[in-house]
Write a protein that binds this ligand. Structure first.
Ligand code: DGL
Length: 257
């Protein structure tokens, strides 16, 4: 049986790449909801419906566990999905806590980059208020990066110009850590490195999510039985989507440290 990995589009490959590295003895099915991407700029109820439709479609593909490789979808639907389905569901959220712990004693700030919908949700606001005692967290939506990733444009001048423009509003030297709280963003980690102040760490949720997946599979006696095969499905034009998916997966694999 397979591990399902779902995202609004290609961003979830940043989690899939880590899963393939850490858990090569599993088979995967990746579902990209490319007909409905971006989730992050749409109304919550609409996104919730897309997510449930996507999961229903994945159920036909012999899944033993599901990774919601999307911070936005996790904040909108993870709790409800867990009530609806009886297989393990692993979600993800911006890695705010480790970033705050690392920076609060050094008087540096934390920049959380995510989608507008993630940042608007109560789940995120509660996460920040629980850990950000010194008010060092700033949040920034970067919808342009989702759009560029879906066009396969992970490098090059457009992404850099966009990021420079968006980050020009901030005093970059003040930040100790940038949290990439959208799975599309690590595809641009080289561009982030170029634009952020030297020495700023960049963290994302892929490693933690896959560690959590591994422990859940172990606990449930569901580990193994595969060989790193990946089946790709999308809700848009499969041929075009497959090409972007392959390029994104290659990019994500080359960027894993
Ligand atoms: N990859 C997604 C996330 O982690 C969402 C991108 C989008 O569809 O706006 O939040």
């Amino acid at each position: 049986m397979r591990i399902g990995v779902m995202d609004s589009g290609v961003g979830g490959v940043t989690v899939l790449a880590e899963a393939l590295r850490r858990l090569p003895g599993e088979d995967y099915v990746y579902f990209a909801d490319t007909r409905n991407v971006p989730y992050g700029e749409k109304p919550k109820d609409e996104v919730r419906r897309f997510i449930f439709e996507g999961v229903e479609r994945m159920l036909e593909l012999d899944m033993k566990a599901l990774v919601i490789a999307c911070n936005t979808a996790t904040s909108i639907a993870a709790a409800e999905l867990r009530k609806t389905y009886d297989f393990p569901i692993i979600g993800m959220e911006p890695a705010v806590k480790p970033a705050v712990l690392k920076n609060e004693t050094h008087e540096k700030r934390v920049l959380v980059c995510a989608t507008s919908l993630t940042l608007k949700e109560t789940k995120y606001k509660e996460l920040v208020s629980a850990v950000d005692r010194k008010h060092i967290v700033d949040s920034l939506a970067l919808p342009g990066l989702v759009e560029l990733a879906e066009r396969g444009m992970f490098e090059g001048s457009e992404a850099e110009a966009y990021l420079r423009q968006e980050l020009s509003k901030l005093e970059l030297a003040n930040y100790g850590t940038a949290v990439l709280g959208c799975t599309h963003f690590p595809l641009f980690s080289q561009v982030f490195r170029k634009v952020l102040s030297p020495g700023t760490d960049i963290i994302d949720g892929a490693e933690g999510t896959v560690k959590h997946l591994a422990s859940v599979l172990d606990r449930e006696g569901l580990s193994g039985g595969g060989s790193g095969r990946v089946l790709f499905e999308s809700s848009g034009c499969r041929e075009t989507d497959l090409l972007v998916f392959q390029a994104a997966l290659e990019q994500a694999r080359s960027l894993i440290l």
